[in-house]
Structures are given as C-alpha cells and as structure tokens.
Design a protein around this ligand. Structure first.
Ligand SMILES: [Fe+2]
Ligand SMILES: [Fe+2]
Length: 465
C-alpha cells in the first residue's frame, strides 16, 4: 500500500503524487522480484530502514524479508540557503522547476536515477558467493538502499515533471544493466559484477563517483533535488565503507598468506594475489573516471552557469573563492604529455573528477599502510587518468597504467596485463565459494574490525530459512 511508504514529503495530502506512485509501485515490486537479489526472497535480513530525516536516529534496525522492505521517500530538512554558484549565485533556490532548465534537470535526474536500479541488477547474483553472513547482509543493505535511491529520483520525476516524468519513471524499470537492446545509460552500470572483488571495487570506486555527483547536485538551485541528494549522501557513505574496507580486508589477508607461504601466487593457497587485486582496481577506477564525462565540456559549463549543478563542496565557507567561475583557467592533461588550459566553467567535470581522484588516493594510502605493516613489499596504486578510458581525449589515445602511450594495436594485445580477463577471476575459485555459518569468514578475506550496529561479528546477520 502506497499509504504505508515512510516519507516526509506529505504524501498523504498530495493526491496527484499518491496516484502516480500507486501506479508505479507494483511495477517496482515486479522489477525487484525479477532482477533484485537472486534466491533470498524469504531470508530474514538484519537491515537498516530510513524512517525519518532527522539528524539523530533516522534509521531503525531489524529483521526484514527484502521484498517487504519499506522503501521510503525522504528529503533532508530545509535549509536557509541561497544558490551558491553560477550566474544565479546569491538568488533564492527554486521550489519548482524553472521552465528554461526543465530539459536539463530532467536529464540529470533520469541519468542519476538510472544508475540506482542498474547497480542492483549488476549485483543480483552475488548472494550466492558471499564470504560471510556479515558481507551478505551488507550487500543486501546496499541493494535496498540503491532501490530507495530509485524511489528518491522517481519522487522528483512524479512530483515535478508531470506526464513525461511519469514516462521516464516507467523507463527506469524497463532498461536493464548489460541488456543488448535497452541497456542502462552509463557504461560502468552495464559492466558485469562477476564476483566479490568486483563488488568491493564497485562500491569503492563507482559508488564514490556517485558521492561526487550527488554532492554537486546537493548544491543545485533546484531545492527539492538538493534536499533529496543530501539525504541520499548519508546512505552512500555506508556503500563506500563496504568497498573501502572490503579491499582493505583482502589486502590484509593476502599479505598474511604471502608471509605464511612465502609466495605471491595465492590462488593455490586460497587467497587473492595482490597483482590480481591491482587489475580489478585498474579496471573499476578507470571505468569510474568515465562517469565524470569529458574534461572539457560545454554541457558542464551550462549546468554550472544555470545553477543546476555546482562543484564538490561549493557551499563550504572556505573551499572556493570565486563562486561564479567566470575568471581563471583549469589545466587538463592531453595525449602525448601535453596539457591545455581551459576556461574554468568548461572544466567542471575535470574539477569534480580531480577531487574524486584525491579521495581515492587517500584510501590507497590506508591499504598500503596495511601492506607496509604486514611486511610485504607489494604496494597498490591508482593508474593514471589516461589509462583505459572510453570517454575524453584518451579514448583514442591509449596508455599503460603509468601513462606511456600505446598504439591501439598494442593496447588491444596487452590490456590483459593490466585489467582482469576471463582467467583471472576463475583462477580464484575460492572467491566463488559461499561461507554461511555464524561468525565464519572465507579464507581469502580478513575479518572486519567490528560488526553492524554494535553487534558481535558472529551475529546471525542473515537468517536463511
Ligand atoms: Fe545510490
Ligand atoms: Fe550507492
């Protein structure tokens, strides 16, 4: 029943919205049953559910069968704010969609909305190979929250975009990740997530792109979009935690096995060779860079000028001096070791991307600290931004992970040295064996530091019936 949807958007008193969502709801449930987590419909999962948007205690924890999860619609509390950037800087935020930016806003919301169900589809088979009940539960937490993010975007489409909004909301349930005829809109969301190393890299690198996109939309002059994305960011933090700590736990376990067995080829002893982990990092990091779009972008300039999409932390007091960005240039790297200076507004994608890369570097340092402490020499790294790109100036000018130029033929012949190919995943058969006992952990990954919601690690996070 749509009336039971937890929300703070006064759904009860908005008859039009209620009718639109009531029509969409059964289609959503069909979508979940068809392409949501496979094989766990009756499992009782210890999940967090958003029940309000208040800073203290917006969530409640308890056992839920996933098809009965209470997906809600929440906006972060209203803030006294002005538009913080672009030509509209210092004017009042918009409570309705300005006619002249309607098309752009709809496109941004649909593009963001499309990624949410896509990731659920990409991850649907992972339950079968989870390394522990703790990890299984975290996977499902990410899945239900991504589905809630779909609700968040559908709310905006239904509430503010009339008939074409409703049509777009239906389309969000029709496209499918990796489908030949109607794929998801962005490449990284059509890439297969075959195993848990993919999953941790996806939540580390691709969800983190989401953080930067949402953060720049949280600055938007369209206030409902700002408030929606601000609340989504509170959930996104957990997804990135899953990814960052997941990779850290692999690094830790692999280094233990390397010392114990005195070898790097860990597949034979049930671990993940660090060279293989590096390949996955190369692949998902570069795939995620493409999500920022072209470094030099007139669309990005338009969005910024219009007050639709700002920079990361545009609203923070001390982050940028010039919020109109009419002056100055930004340096972007070009093939062949060259660089160019482009007008600041055209560089918004590159500016957001560079903030993202810094954030990723921070995680790399933590992983390498774990490796350093355990006494192995191997260090993980991020490939340079020219590596494995499908968008921007480097799409037709491939390089290796250190930035050495390659001909297209060389790239095609050698890319298996740097990104996973069929054999790499299959070699780690242990990664494909589920571990389901309370408190048990697969041999290829270290135990996490603590459980969920202050519960012990041997808690029954998923009750399999
Ligand atoms: Fe999301
Ligand atoms: Fe996410």
């Amino acid at each position: 029943m749509i009336g039971d949807i937890p929300n703070n958007v006064e759904l009860e008193s908005d008859a039009l919205l209620k009718r639109a969502l009531s029509g969409w709801h059964p289609h959503f449930l069909n979508w979940w049953r068809e392409v949501g987590p496979e094989g766990f419909d009756t499992a009782q999962v210890y999940l967090r559910t958003a029940i309000s948007a208040s800073a203290d205690g917006w969530a409640t924890y308890g056992y839920v069968a996933m098809p009965e999860y209470r997906w809600g619609i929440f906006l972060a509390p209203p803030q006294a704010r002005k538009i913080g950037f672009g030509d509209e800087a210092d004017s009042e935020p918009w409570q309705a969609v300005p006619g002249e930016f309607r098309k752009e806003l709809r496109r941004i919301i649909v593009t963001q909305g499309d990624t949410e169900p896509a990731s659920v589809e990409q991850q649907r088979h992972l339950g079968a190979t989870a390394p522990s009940l703790y990890d299984l539960r975290n996977l499902f937490q990410v899945n239900v929250e991504e589905a809630r993010h779909l609700w968040a975007m559908v709310y905006l489409l239904h509430r503010y975009f009339g008939r074409d909004g409703r049509e777009e909301a239906e389309e969000l349930l029709v496209r499918r990740s990796g489908h030949q005829d109607h794929p998801r809109l962005l490449n990284a969301f059509n890439a297969p997530i075959r195993d848990w190393i993919d999953f941790f890299c996806f939540t580390m690198f691709t969800d983190r792109d989401g953080k930067y996109q949402l953060a720049s939309l949280a600055e938007s002059g369209f206030d409902p979009l700002s408030r929606t994305t601000r609340f989504m960011l509170t959930e996104e933090a957990f997804h990135m935690f899953v990814g960052e700590t997941g990779i850290q736990r692999i690094a830790q376990r692999s280094s233990e096995l390397m010392r114990e067995h005195g070898r790097e080829d860990l597949f034979a002893v049930g671990g993940i060779p660090l060279q293989i982990l590096q390949k996955y990092i190369n692949s998902w990091f570069s795939e995620s860079l493409d999500l920022f779009g072209s470094e030099d972008s007139s669309n990005a300039a338009t969005y910024f000028a219009a007050g639709i999409k700002g920079r990361y932390r545009e609203g923070a007091a001390d982050y940028y001096r010039d919020h109109r960005a009419l002056e100055g240039e930004y340096e972007i790297r070009l093939p062949g070791g060259a660089s160019a200076r482009i007008p600041m507004r055209r560089a918004m994608n590159a500016i957001l991307r560079d903030a993202y890369v810094d954030d990723c570097e921070r995680a790399l340092k933590r992983w390498n600290a774990v490796l350093g402490k355990s006494g192995v020499d191997f260090r993980l790294y991020l490939p340079v931004i020219s590596f494995n790109r499908k968008i921007g100036a480097f799409a037709t000018n491939p390089t290796d992970p250190e930035g050495r130029a390659l001909s297209m033929e060389e790239w095609i012949a050698r890319r298996g040295e740097w990104i996973p190919t069929g054999g790499d995943g299959a070699g780690g058969a242990e990664v494909l064996k589920p571990v389901r006992g309370r408190g048990k952990m697969a041999g290829w990954i270290a135990r996490p530091e603590r459980g969920i919601n202050n519960l012990p690690l041997d808690y029954e996070y998923v009750h399999l019936s």
